[in-house]
Each structure stands twice: as C-alpha cells, then as structure tokens.
Design a protein around this ligand. Sequence first.
Ligand SMILES: [Zn+2]
Length: 309
Amino acid sequence: MGQVAQKGGQPQISLTNRNLEKDERDKRYHGFMQLALNIVILTFVFVFGAVIASFLNVLIYRIPLKLDFMRGFSFCPSCRHRLGPLDLVPIVSYLALGRACRYCHEPISPRYLVIELAGGLLALACWLAFIGPDLLATETPFLLANPRFLGAFAPIGAAVLYFFVLSLLLVISCIDADTMEIPDGLNIALALCGLLSILVGPELVWHSRLIGLFIISVPLFVIALIIPGAFGGGDVKLMAAAGILLGWQATLLACFIGIILGGAWGIFLLATHRKEAKGHFAFGPALCTGIAVALFFAPQIIQWYLGFF
Ligand SMILES: [Zn+2]
C-alpha cells in the first residue's frame, strides 16, 4: 500500500510542477504572439499610410494641372516615361532608384519621399490615437463574436476619418505652397469630413460646429476685403470647412496656431531675403498645421490655457 502511495504521490508533485512550467511557457508564448501580431498590424498600418500617400503625391501633382487623377498611368514628371510597378513602391523605390528617375536620370524631388513617410506616420498616429498599440488589449477587436461588434467600428471609423482629414490637409498644404491656391473641391471634401465626424464625435454639439463655420471665416473674409491679398478666398473657405469639423473653440485655436506659424514663416522669408515685404506667401500650410494640431490636441491645449486664469 505504502509503496503505491509513494508511487502515486511523487508523480503528482512533478505533474503540478510540469503544469506550472507549461502555464509559464504558454503565457510567454501568448505574450510573444501578441507582440508579434501587434508589430505586424502596426507595420501594415504604416505601409497602408505610405501607399495612400503615394496616391496623395499624384493628387498634388495632377489637381493643379487639371489632369484626371483617377485614370491614366503614373509617369515621370520630367521625361513622361510610364512608371512600372517597381518604380511605384512607396519609400522603397525612391531610395532604391538612387533618388533619380530610372529612365531619364533626372533627380526626383525629395518631397515624394517626405510625403510617403508622413503618410505612414500619420496613419500610425491615427491608429494609436483611437485603437492603441495593443489591438488585443482594447475592448474593440475585430471579432464577429463580440456582442458589441458594431460599436467596435466607432474607433476604427474615427481613425479612418482622421487619417482622411490629415491626408486632405497634406494635399491642401502642398498645392497651396505650389500654386498659392486651394482648389474648392478639397475644401468641400474637408467640409464633408466635418459632417461625417458627427457620427464618430457626437460629443461635439451641432451649434458649436455651426458657430465654427463662421467664427474665423467671416473675420478672414472681412480682412480680405479691407486688405486685398492679405488672405485668399481659399483660406476663408478652408477655415469655414475646418469650423464644421472642429467646433468653434478648436477653430479659434487652429487659427491662432496658424497665424503664429505663418507669421514666423513670413519673418523667416523676409529675414533670409526669400520674399520682399510686399510678396505674398501661401498661408494654407500654416492654417492646415493649426487645424491638424487642434484636431488631436484642442481639449488638452485649451484646458492648459484656461489653467492660467
Ligand atoms: Zn524621367
């Protein structure tokens, strides 16, 4: 009997030990798989952003030339040679081709690379802001079994919408810098994003958006009438569209940031003799930066500011 008990007892202890070890190994394995999965997802998000941004490069080039941007092959702006799939891999092609066209060897503007990198980083920023670095730890994984399945789409919808807004701001900035004009279509698209944002940000009430529509655009319009050339019509429409998106407080903040950045840029241009005192420069990029900052950080910045009173 004693022998049996001894035989039965010892394996039991080592079995528990083995179970603990197995648990430990399982836990480490799951942690590793979770980390690997998150790295794969974040990489995918970055690549997705860079691919979209390479299309934004097409928009920036073609919209001012009134070329069809939905159809037609990509071509080298210098020699017009049609680009093959290997020439069109975001970021990689630019670096692999030695920053020059494969066919005519004309240098390619580094702006293409900067915009593709920016697209990737902005997509990551939107993902991290709304979904977070660990998809599995959030309460909103893409599981069909999740009873809050539809609710799970709210953060994803917000991330996609914000990325779309940032993409638009990037395109508006570059086109305004190139041509000193903001195409109406882009401002209309921004206004539509503002209306769509009611779905993902219902806490921003409609009357704040309505006041936002006028609070900066009307004063800018009046200034543009009194001092011709101070602001373009594109800037006025841009701030009206941003008002719908941001609500009135954040629109004031966006304009304030824009004026500071634009003023600093103007002083820089004057100091380095790149522009004469009467020369105009595009204000859109500064306003767009202000809108982007306000979009993400307005509540924190406004709270920080009110803390002084
Ligand atoms: Zn070429």
